[in-house]
Write a protein that binds this ligand. Structure first.
Ligand SMILES: [Zn+2]
Ligand SMILES: [Zn+2]
Length: 425
């Protein structure tokens, strides 16, 4: 049972409720381009995850089989008082490992390259929670190896992992203030807002997943201060709505330095040293300009209202595609989802390009739609769409393309409206 997949409809419902509250209160915590970019990163992470999550599972399973110190039976984890206590202990042990994964995810360059995606949003709302990396599978699993050395069953670790992640959803909101004693024990919205800040005082703080006690123990706790309002985002802004670039940006910076620095020690070391560290020759030849936080401006290229509506429509279609993929993976496995995933990724990329207000956005979108016709027509009959035959499939695909082309054409006829209304916030 995939607990995270089960939780997704509730995540989306909560997100819609928060959006309604945001509009009602006039707080302006949501922007369409930012929320769509965060959800696109989440969709990318989930679908790329179909192809990558087997790697850590295989390693963990193998460590458990060959190196486990104790033989802990899965049957002990039942719903008796003893079983529940074991579940709780497993969750605490997992959260402890999560703390260290997360801490290294910020403090070691190569791990920050993967984790940075979660922090690039310059807004803070429930959509930020779903903004997840696609390359976490590369190194993140290492920190959970102790659990398997102890002998915790794989099923238990997978379950507490899901609980830990699901818990963290609700803390990504600005609508909940301080929570008294809870802020001292648990990761709460206030504690986690600090974690998403780019203010000097808040950087590299509050790494916990469920329990904030680890931060208190290891000296990384920082309370949210009334005197220091949180400025969300990262110090080196992404400045793009492209979910692929979001995943490559920090790797690219590291690669740039590793390639050009002169000493071999630095070429290797740069990946594993403290985040932000650069070889002396690179600092000298390619200095990075620091931007004072007082000058910070959110990234928000202006596009027309028509294009915003068009993006909303396309993202809604992408959500339907994700649902279809989630169904296909169960019935047909990886082979069945490869092409629909490729279609989804191209769609998310194109949406990003339109949001970025690139000059070639319209041409790219027309090209994407033309490629989508044969792909969708070929795929729909094989999917589990009840009673769909080839002609109906072509009609659905054709209808989507025609609607999209008309929408795209009309989008530019609607009077341009500047969208960066939040610039003064
Ligand atoms: Zn983080
Ligand atoms: Zn977060």
């Amino acid at each position: 049972m995939d607990l995270i997949a089960l939780a997704v409809p509730f995540f989306l419902l909560a997100l819609l409720i928060e959006l309604a509250v945001d509009r009602w209160r006039g707080t302006g915590y949501y922007r369409l381009n930012d929320a769509i970019n965060s959800l696109s990163a989440g969709a990318l992470s989930t679908t790329i995850g179909y192809f990558t999550k087997l790697l850590p599972i295989l390693i963990w399973g193998s460590v458990l089989q060959h190196l486990a110190l104790f033989d802990i039976s899965l049957e002990w984890f039942d719903f008796s008082p003893r079983g529940l206590l074991l579940w709780l202990l497993a969750l605490i042990a997992f959260d402890f490992c999560y703390y260290w994964t997360h801490r290294f995810g910020h403090e070691m360059s190569v791990m920050w390259a993967a984790h940075a995606v979660h922090h690039q949003s310059e807004e803070y709302n429930l959509s930020t929670a779903l903004r997840q990396t696609s390359s976490g599978f590369l190194l993140g699993w290492i920190f959970y190896l102790p659990l398997f050395l102890i002998g915790l069953p794989l099923e238990v670790v997978v379950a507490v992992n899901a609980v830990d992640l699901i818990y963290q959803f609700w803390v990504h909101t600005q609508h909940i203030g301080k929570l008294g004693v809870l802020d001292r024990v648990l990761v709460t919205p206030s504690n986690h807002r600090v974690h998403h800040a780019q203010n000097e005082r808040y950087i590299d703080k509050n790494y916990g997943g469920i329990f904030i006690i680890w931060d208190r123990l290891f000296g990384t706790f920082q309370e949210e201060l009334d005197t220091e309002p949180v400025v969300f985002g990262v110090r080196k802004p992404l400045a793009s709505w492209n979910p692929f670039w979001a995943n490559f940006q920090v790797y690219h910076y590291l690669w740039f330095d590793a390639k050009r620095t002169r000493r071999w020690r630095d070429k290797i070391g740069i990946w594993f040293r403290r985040t932000g560290w650069r070889p002396a020759d690179m600092e000298e030849r390619f200095p990075k300009v620091a931007h004072p936080i007082d000058d910070f401006q959110k990234y928000d290229p202006a596009i027309t209202t028509g294009r915003r509506r068009y993006i909303f429509f396309q993202f809604f279609c992408a959500l339907l595609l994700i649902l279809w993929i989630a169904e296909l993976i169960v019935s047909g496995g990886l082979q069945a989802v490869a092409i629909p995933c490729a279609l989804l990724w191209v769609t998310l990329y194109s949406i990003g390009v339109i949001n970025d207000a690139r000059a070639y956005a319209k041409r790219l979108e027309i090209l994407r739609l033309l490629i989508a016709v044969p792909l969708l027509t070929a795929l729909l009959p094989v999917a589990s769409v009840p009673g769909t035959n080839a002609i109906q499939a072509a009609s659905i695909a054709g209808g989507y393309i025609v609607l999209s082309l008309i929408g795209l054409q009309m989008a530019d006829r609607i009077a341009p409206a500047v969208t960066n209304t939040h610039a003064t916030q």
